[in-house]
Design a protein around this ligand. Sequence first.
Ligand SMILES: [Cu+2]
Length: 67
Amino acid sequence: MAMLQLTISDMACGACVETITKAVQDLDATATLDADTQTKQVTITTTAAPDLVKGAIATAGYTITSA
Ligand SMILES: [Cu+2]
């Protein structure tokens, strides 16, 4: 298990969190996300490789500004 802490600047609301969660869980169904739309911080616990997770989030249309 790896824990990733990312800042996703355009994660604005619950629907964004759902989209990001789905993108990550497509890679690893057991992944968990803890997201705060105020601070734009997301903590992801997953067995998937960090680069794949970041790629999936970018493909879903979101911008990672800090990793
Ligand atoms: Cu949104």
